[in-house]
Write a protein that binds this ligand. Structure first.
Ligand SMILES: *Cc1c(COP(=O)(O)O)cnc(C)c1O
Length: 639
């Protein structure tokens, strides 16, 4: 290791290495000379960047508290542009004859401003939308104006859904019904005859290819959706029998989300391409090949086939798709289709950053241990003290084992009443002193035994963070998904503490204790010691996909404040949208409380307390003011 890095002054370069921001930041996120995280939301415009601590100042000046979800609309634009440019260049390079027609799957982030921004920038590229439910179709129709763009309807379709989609076709939308289940076709045929409108049809194929990763149950034979080959043949027969085979123009499949390995992506294309060719050979006009989602985000920056990463770039993804499709279709002489992908995660992940402050910390600091114990101290404590005294670099493991043994004895003796509260406290103190020293000594060993590396985890601090994992990072809690987390300032100072983050819910699952790391996953995060009278802010990055509407009301912590930022060419930024998070009254009313009658009941209780001479009428007024202000307030920790 470079001595300068371990001993010399800590630089922003050291922070960049530690938090891997160059690896996952995708050039959107970086560190300034001053040690702040800066965001450069327009790809290729390096001079247009904004500084996160400055944005926090602006948020506070406008009267909002932490936590805040920050959204960068320009990042959405950049992601759409980049995806189309990557496909365009691959199409040109291989002389592919079809076009790329991406769609955005609304379920990945349904916020109106996301749909608004994607359809606005999307019209320059004919980027469309994917709707998986009636509500999503209704939302899509109000924002998608570009008739060249595709509108893909997946999911269960009742007659209301179908009628709306048919009218959309009549209005000139490229609105495809994708058959997910065998039963859907009859209803579509019936409604189509009734309204006299021909549908655009696709079939969803159930791949036998399986991919590695978290979310891949949705692909493969066991997947809930899609038709088997024999069911697809039945669809063809039925369409032929009603003279509607000309409606079948699209093949769809979805391998799953966050596919880390490009090999799996290629294998799926090969299988699906054969199905596509078969459908064309059966006489369906076809023309559209929809590869679903799956384009992964490199959350840990490792560029591997590990599940929080991906072992390919966007350019490689596009080139591999084009190449694989051409290879098979050229061989059987079938025209190149328009290619659709339904990339959701990769489109929106970078767009949101969760910001919060640390409101307290807790460390296992043994404090000072007395030089010697009283002669009449219990023998077990004297033994523990001997371990501390005899500890040196050559007997680390032995002392570690002894200390654990004595600690267990102390706990046992305390339980049966043989040690007092103060004696137990002294025993704990000596024990933790030993652990600290073992940890310090072990750093200079060439090979550190596993037991001893675990001490560092046991010794690490708890930083109490002002947000709720359940509300804002549901995948972190539910499936152990790892997002990049780091301080957004002080990055030119050495982060001297090892910590895990506890959220504000006080639930033992309400924590982040797995972090991205060069070696895989780290169980602690390096952070700075708090300073008096100065807030310490952290950001969780790449949270734009799937996190915003899965969140729940655990411990009645509601939606956070949201601020959307747009940057201008001159480098200035403006707050284009501010959404105030839920108040305490809001979250209570979600679970059927009525804030008005709650106030009334509490007022009556306070009146009773006056009658019983426990408080004065003036005190009642103050108490009620406080209660009502509490209802109006933000459920998170406020200073
Ligand atoms: C969820 C979903 C997507 C989005 O997948 P990403 O991996 O987020 O791109 C696309 N298509 C279908 C059918 C889906 O269910």
């Amino acid at each position: 290791m470079n001595k300068k890095h371990t001993l010399g002054r800590w630089t922003v370069e050291d922070s960049a290495d530690l938090y891997l921001i160059r690896e996952w930041g995708a050039e959107y996120f970086s560190i300034s000379k001053e040690g702040d995280v800066v965001v450069t939301p327009i790809r290729g415009k390096k001079h247009v960047s904004v500084n996160l601590p400055e944005i926090i100042e602006g948020i506070k000046a406008r009267g909002y508290d932490m936590p805040v979800l920050l959204r960068f609309e320009d990042i959405l634009d950049s992601q759409i542009v980049q995806m189309h440019e990557s496909f365009r260049s691959a199409i040109a390079r291989f002389d592919y004859k079809g076009q790329f027609k991406g769609v955005y799957p609304i379920k990945v982030n349904q916020q109106k401003q996301v749909i608004e921004a994607i359809t606005r920038i999307g019209q320059f590229y004919h980027h469309g939308l994917e709707a998986g439910s009636k509500a999503e179709l209704i939302a899509a129709l109000s924002f998608l104006e570009d008739k060249e763009a595709c509108l893909i309807c997946n999911g269960y379709k009742d007659s209301e859904f179908i009628d709306l989609g048919l009218y959309a076709c009549k209005m000139g939308y490229k609105c495809f019904f994708v058959l997910e289940m065998p039963g859907e076709l009859d209803l579509i045929i019936e409604r189509s005859r009734e309204l006299g409108i021909k549908p655009l049809l696709g079939v969803r194929f159930k791949l036998s290819t399986q991919a590695g990763g978290h979310w891949t149950e949705s692909g493969g034979d066991r997947s809930l959706f899609g038709l088997t080959i024999s069911q697809i043949i039945e669809v063809i027969e039925k369409l032929k029998s009603v003279d509607m085979l000309d409606c079948l123009q699209l093949l769809h499949y979805h391998l799953g989300s966050q596919i880390p390995n490009i090999r799996d992506i290629r294998a799926a294309i090969q299988e699906a391409c054969r199905v596509y060719a078969g459908l064309a050979q059966e006489g369906a006009p076809m023309g559209y090949f929809d590869l679903g989602g799956g384009l992964a985000v490199d959350y840990d920056g490792s560029h591997t086939n590990y599940m929080n990463s991906r072992n390919y770039t966007l350019d490689e993804y596009c080139a591999d798709i084009i190449e694989a499709v051409m290879e098979i279709l050229n061989e059987v002489n079938i025209p190149h289709p328009h290619l659709i992908t339904e990339s959701g995660r990769a489109t929106v992940a970078y767009y949101s950053v969760l910001l919060f402050n640390i409101f307290d910390t807790n460390s296992i600091d043994p404090g000072t241990v007395p030089d010697s114990l009283a002669e009449d101290a219990p023998e077990i404590l004297l033994n523990m003290m001997d371990v501390l005294k005899s500890l040196n670099i050559r007997n680390l493991q032995e002392c570690y084992n002894d200390a654990l043994y004595y600690r267990d004895q102390i706990r046992q003796m305390f339980k049966v009443g043989d040690l007092s509260l103060r004696q137990r406290a002294l025993g704990d103190k000596i024990f933790w002193s030993i652990m600290h020293r073992v940890s310090d000594y072990s750093k200079s060993l060439k090979f550190i035994p596993k037991d001893l590396t675990d001490i560092d985890i046991a010794l690490c601090d708890t930083y109490y963070a002002n947000f709720s994992v359940f509300q804002s990072l549901p995948d972190s809690w539910a499936i152990g998904h790892v997002f990049p987390v780091m301080p957004i300032h002080r990055l030119n100072e050495r982060p001297g503490r090892n910590a895990i983050l506890a959220d504000i819910t006080c639930d033992c699952d309400g924590k982040i204790d797995r972090f991205i790391d060069k070696q895989g996953i780290s169980r602690a995060l390096r952070l700075h010691a708090l300073k008096d009278n100065e807030e310490y802010y952290l950001g969780v990055f790449l949270v734009g996909a799937y996190q915003e509407t899965l969140g729940d009301l655990h411990n009645l912590l509601g939606d956070t404040n949201v601020v959307s930022i747009r940057v201008s060419e001159d480098g200035s930024h403006s707050f284009v949208r501010e959404i105030e998070g839920d108040s305490v009254a809001d979250v209570l009313s979600y679970v059927e409380y009525d804030p008005k009658s709650m106030t009334k009941r509490f007022r009556a209780t306070a009146e009773q307390a006056i009658r019983e001479s426990m408080i004065t009428p003036q005190e009642r007024r103050e108490i009620m003011n406080m209660y009502e202000a509490g209802l109006r307030g933000y459920p998170y920790f406020e200073r």
